[in-house]
Write a protein that binds this ligand. Sequence first.
Ligand code: M6P
Ligand code: ZN
Length: 189
Amino acid sequence: MSIDNAIKYKFNTGDNVLYGTNVICTSKKIGDLKQVFQNEEARSTMEQESIVYSVSLLQPIEAGTVGGLFIGTTIIEQGQVDQEYYMTKGHIHKNTSSSEFYWGTKGTGMVLMMKTDRTYHIELMSPGSIHFIPPETAHRVINTGNEKLIFNACWPADAGYDYETIYNEGFSCRIFNQHGIPTIIDIEK
Ligand code: M6P
Ligand code: ZN
Protein backbone atom coordinates (compact mmCIF):
# COMPACT_ATOMS: atom_id res chain seq x y z
CA MET A 1 0.00 0.00 0.00
CA SER A 2 1.27 3.50 -0.77
CA ILE A 3 -0.16 6.93 -0.23
CA ASP A 4 0.86 9.86 -2.43
CA ASN A 5 1.28 12.80 -0.07
CA ALA A 6 1.99 15.26 -2.81
CA ILE A 7 -0.88 16.32 -5.05
CA LYS A 8 0.08 14.95 -8.43
CA TYR A 9 -2.16 17.14 -10.54
CA LYS A 10 -3.95 20.27 -9.50
CA PHE A 11 -6.69 22.50 -10.76
CA ASN A 12 -5.77 25.92 -9.42
CA THR A 13 -8.99 27.68 -8.48
CA GLY A 14 -7.09 30.99 -8.46
CA ASP A 15 -5.96 31.16 -12.05
CA ASN A 16 -8.13 28.29 -13.34
CA VAL A 17 -5.18 26.49 -14.85
CA LEU A 18 -4.10 22.85 -14.44
CA TYR A 19 -0.76 22.06 -12.85
CA GLY A 20 1.40 18.94 -12.70
CA THR A 21 3.67 16.91 -14.90
CA ASN A 22 2.18 16.12 -18.30
CA VAL A 23 0.30 19.41 -18.41
CA ILE A 24 0.66 21.20 -21.71
CA CYS A 25 -0.36 24.86 -22.01
CA THR A 26 -1.11 26.37 -25.40
CA SER A 27 -2.79 29.50 -26.57
CA LYS A 28 -4.44 30.57 -29.78
CA LYS A 29 -3.76 34.12 -30.86
CA ILE A 30 -5.57 36.24 -33.43
CA GLY A 31 -2.71 35.41 -35.82
CA ASP A 32 -3.35 31.66 -35.42
CA LEU A 33 -7.03 31.84 -36.32
CA LYS A 34 -6.97 32.45 -40.05
CA GLN A 35 -10.35 31.74 -41.73
CA VAL A 36 -12.00 30.98 -38.37
CA PHE A 37 -14.08 34.16 -38.16
CA GLN A 38 -16.41 35.36 -40.88
CA ASN A 39 -14.69 38.72 -41.38
CA GLU A 40 -11.20 37.55 -42.32
CA GLU A 41 -10.15 41.04 -43.31
CA ALA A 42 -11.02 42.41 -39.86
CA ARG A 43 -9.06 39.57 -38.22
CA SER A 44 -6.03 40.15 -40.39
CA THR A 45 -5.82 43.81 -39.38
CA MET A 46 -6.12 43.13 -35.61
CA GLU A 47 -3.15 42.75 -33.23
CA GLN A 48 -1.90 39.31 -34.29
CA GLU A 49 -0.28 38.53 -30.91
CA SER A 50 -3.49 39.09 -28.97
CA ILE A 51 -4.67 35.90 -27.20
CA VAL A 52 -8.16 34.62 -28.03
CA TYR A 53 -8.09 31.45 -25.91
CA SER A 54 -5.73 29.33 -23.84
CA VAL A 55 -5.89 25.63 -23.05
CA SER A 56 -4.10 23.73 -20.28
CA LEU A 57 -4.29 20.07 -21.02
CA LEU A 58 -3.49 17.19 -18.71
CA GLN A 59 -2.34 14.05 -20.49
CA PRO A 60 -1.74 11.47 -17.74
CA ILE A 61 -1.46 8.73 -20.36
CA GLU A 62 -0.12 8.61 -23.91
CA ALA A 63 -2.32 10.08 -26.64
CA GLY A 64 -4.08 7.29 -28.50
CA THR A 65 -4.34 4.96 -25.49
CA VAL A 66 -7.64 3.07 -25.67
CA GLY A 67 -9.48 3.50 -22.36
CA GLY A 68 -7.42 6.57 -21.35
CA LEU A 69 -8.82 9.98 -20.50
CA PHE A 70 -7.61 13.56 -20.89
CA ILE A 71 -8.80 16.63 -19.06
CA GLY A 72 -8.40 20.25 -20.10
CA THR A 73 -9.29 23.78 -19.05
CA THR A 74 -10.02 26.41 -21.65
CA ILE A 75 -10.12 30.16 -21.04
CA ILE A 76 -11.74 32.18 -23.83
CA GLU A 77 -11.03 35.90 -23.56
CA GLN A 78 -13.80 38.40 -23.99
CA GLY A 79 -13.64 39.95 -27.43
CA GLN A 80 -14.90 40.05 -30.97
CA VAL A 81 -13.65 39.98 -34.53
CA ASP A 82 -15.91 42.58 -36.07
CA GLN A 83 -19.29 41.55 -34.56
CA GLU A 84 -18.44 37.87 -34.06
CA TYR A 85 -17.61 36.76 -30.52
CA TYR A 86 -14.30 35.08 -29.64
CA MET A 87 -14.63 31.30 -29.79
CA THR A 88 -12.65 28.07 -30.10
CA LYS A 89 -11.72 26.75 -33.54
CA GLY A 90 -13.94 23.75 -32.96
CA HIS A 91 -13.31 20.20 -34.10
CA ILE A 92 -14.70 16.74 -34.67
CA HIS A 93 -12.96 13.77 -33.11
CA LYS A 94 -10.83 11.80 -35.51
CA ASN A 95 -12.11 8.70 -33.79
CA THR A 96 -15.71 9.61 -34.57
CA SER A 97 -17.19 7.32 -31.91
CA SER A 98 -15.62 9.44 -29.13
CA SER A 99 -17.80 11.67 -27.00
CA GLU A 100 -16.81 14.40 -24.53
CA PHE A 101 -17.99 16.36 -21.50
CA TYR A 102 -17.69 20.14 -21.21
CA TRP A 103 -18.65 21.99 -18.04
CA GLY A 104 -18.63 25.69 -17.33
CA THR A 105 -16.86 27.26 -14.35
CA LYS A 106 -16.84 31.01 -15.06
CA GLY A 107 -18.54 33.41 -17.43
CA THR A 108 -21.27 32.66 -19.93
CA GLY A 109 -21.31 31.35 -23.45
CA MET A 110 -22.70 28.85 -25.88
CA VAL A 111 -21.73 25.30 -26.80
CA LEU A 112 -22.41 24.73 -30.48
CA MET A 113 -22.82 21.09 -31.54
CA MET A 114 -23.28 20.12 -35.17
CA LYS A 115 -24.12 16.68 -36.57
CA THR A 116 -22.66 15.32 -39.79
CA ASP A 117 -25.88 16.33 -41.62
CA ARG A 118 -25.04 19.93 -40.52
CA THR A 119 -28.06 20.24 -38.22
CA TYR A 120 -26.99 21.96 -35.02
CA HIS A 121 -28.07 22.68 -31.50
CA ILE A 122 -26.81 25.15 -28.93
CA GLU A 123 -26.58 24.82 -25.16
CA LEU A 124 -26.04 27.80 -22.87
CA MET A 125 -22.88 27.52 -20.79
CA SER A 126 -22.62 29.06 -17.33
CA PRO A 127 -20.85 28.14 -14.08
CA GLY A 128 -21.99 24.61 -13.22
CA SER A 129 -23.59 23.75 -16.55
CA ILE A 130 -22.62 20.34 -17.95
CA HIS A 131 -22.67 19.56 -21.67
CA PHE A 132 -22.49 16.12 -23.21
CA ILE A 133 -21.06 16.07 -26.72
CA PRO A 134 -22.17 12.83 -28.40
CA PRO A 135 -20.12 10.87 -30.97
CA GLU A 136 -19.90 12.23 -34.54
CA THR A 137 -20.62 15.78 -33.39
CA ALA A 138 -18.50 18.84 -34.21
CA HIS A 139 -18.18 21.17 -31.21
CA ARG A 140 -17.16 24.75 -30.54
CA VAL A 141 -17.57 27.14 -27.59
CA ILE A 142 -18.38 30.82 -27.98
CA ASN A 143 -17.84 33.47 -25.30
CA THR A 144 -21.01 35.59 -25.50
CA GLY A 145 -20.62 37.15 -22.04
CA ASN A 146 -18.86 40.27 -20.82
CA GLU A 147 -15.95 38.52 -19.07
CA LYS A 148 -13.62 35.58 -19.68
CA LEU A 149 -15.38 32.26 -20.26
CA ILE A 150 -13.76 29.32 -18.48
CA PHE A 151 -14.74 25.71 -18.98
CA ASN A 152 -13.34 22.25 -18.40
CA ALA A 153 -13.44 19.25 -20.68
CA CYS A 154 -12.87 15.51 -20.36
CA TRP A 155 -12.49 13.22 -23.37
CA PRO A 156 -10.99 9.87 -24.43
CA ALA A 157 -7.22 9.78 -24.95
CA ASP A 158 -7.78 8.15 -28.34
CA ALA A 159 -10.34 10.70 -29.59
CA GLY A 160 -7.87 12.69 -31.69
CA TYR A 161 -8.65 15.89 -33.58
CA ASP A 162 -10.04 16.55 -37.03
CA TYR A 163 -9.76 20.32 -37.61
CA GLU A 164 -9.69 20.06 -41.37
CA THR A 165 -13.38 19.32 -41.87
CA ILE A 166 -14.40 22.42 -39.93
CA TYR A 167 -11.70 24.50 -41.60
CA ASN A 168 -13.01 23.48 -45.03
CA GLU A 169 -16.74 23.35 -44.40
CA GLY A 170 -17.30 25.56 -41.33
CA PHE A 171 -20.18 25.30 -38.88
CA SER A 172 -23.72 25.87 -40.10
CA CYS A 173 -24.22 28.91 -37.86
CA ARG A 174 -22.25 31.80 -36.35
CA ILE A 175 -22.93 33.90 -33.26
CA PHE A 176 -22.75 37.67 -33.57
CA ASN A 177 -23.16 40.53 -31.13
CA GLN A 178 -26.05 42.49 -32.61
CA HIS A 179 -26.76 45.58 -30.51
CA GLY A 180 -25.55 43.77 -27.39
CA ILE A 181 -27.62 40.63 -28.01
CA PRO A 182 -25.99 37.29 -28.93
CA THR A 183 -27.65 36.46 -32.23
CA ILE A 184 -27.48 33.12 -34.04
CA ILE A 185 -27.19 33.41 -37.81
CA ASP A 186 -27.53 30.35 -40.07
CA ILE A 187 -24.75 29.98 -42.61
CA GLU A 188 -25.18 28.49 -46.06
CA LYS A 189 -22.41 26.10 -47.03
C1 M6P B 1 -11.50 21.72 -24.87
C2 M6P B 1 -11.21 20.34 -25.41
C3 M6P B 1 -9.85 20.33 -26.06
C4 M6P B 1 -9.76 21.43 -27.10
C5 M6P B 1 -10.07 22.79 -26.47
C6 M6P B 1 -10.07 23.94 -27.49
O1 M6P B 1 -10.63 21.97 -23.81
O2 M6P B 1 -12.18 19.98 -26.35
O3 M6P B 1 -9.63 19.07 -26.64
O4 M6P B 1 -8.49 21.44 -27.70
O5 M6P B 1 -11.37 22.71 -25.88
O6 M6P B 1 -10.91 23.67 -28.58
P1 M6P B 1 -10.34 23.51 -30.08
O7 M6P B 1 -9.36 22.37 -30.06
O8 M6P B 1 -11.55 23.24 -30.90
O9 M6P B 1 -9.67 24.78 -30.41
ZN1 ZN C 1 -13.46 17.43 -28.54
